[in-house]
Design a protein around this ligand. Structure first.
Ligand code: FES
Length: 108
């Protein structure tokens, strides 16, 4: 099970299986993550902010992922690209926030 916290605070909980890609799970559950490059680390539209206590359970980001996160609007210390997170049993209960900025950009 993973939990998505929307920019409006609404929580969507989703069943997921080992080996699932977090971006795919998010999109199946109608989360507003575009994932324009489909996991090629060439965009940052799958940017999520991971709950601090879950962040340490994730494998470290590659240099390429860090570079993309530098370009992501509203990136924080616990930001990650959802397309690079492959779910494992250890990550059960993972909670990620959908960045506020993605919504703001659509409004403006
Ligand atoms: Fe483009 Fe994740 S989908 S970086």
């Amino acid at each position: 099970m993973v939990h998505f916290v929307g920019s409006d605070g609404k929580i969507v909980s989703a069943e997921a299986s080992e080996g699932d890609n977090l971006l795919t799970v998010a999109q199946i559950h109608d989360q507003p993550l575009e994932g324009t490059c489909e996991g090629q680390m060439a965009c940052s539209t799958c940017h999520v902010i991971v709950k601090a206590t879950d962040f340490d359970k994730l494998p470290a980001a590659t240099e390429m992922e860090e570079d993309m996160l530098d370009l992501a609007a509203g990136a924080r210390r616990t930001s990650r690209l959802a397309c690079q997170i492959i779910l494992t049993p250890d990550l059960d209960g993972l909670t990620v926030h959908i960045p506020q900025e993605s919504r703001n950009m659509q409004v403006l």
